[in-house]
Design a protein around this ligand. Structure first.
Ligand SMILES: [Zn+2]
Length: 57
């Protein structure tokens, strides 16, 4: 069954295998520098981006 839910977070709509893909919402922020390049890199606030090293607060 696939139900539509209005969730304001990253979520993959409908997966047959809940363990096959990581759907855990990341408790972080997207790196703005990577975002400009079109990459979505999640960074834990206070840490540096693992891709470009930009500190994210
Ligand atoms: Zn980055």
């Amino acid at each position: 069954m696939c139900q539509h839910t209005s969730i304001d977070k990253i979520a993959i709509p409908c997966m047959n295998d809940p363990y096959g893909i990581t759907t855990v919402p990341v408790p972080g922020r997207r790196c703005p520098a990577c975002l400009e390049r079109g990459d979505t890199v999640w960074v834990i606030p206070g840490k540096c981006c693992p891709q470009c090293g930009t500190p994210v607060n």
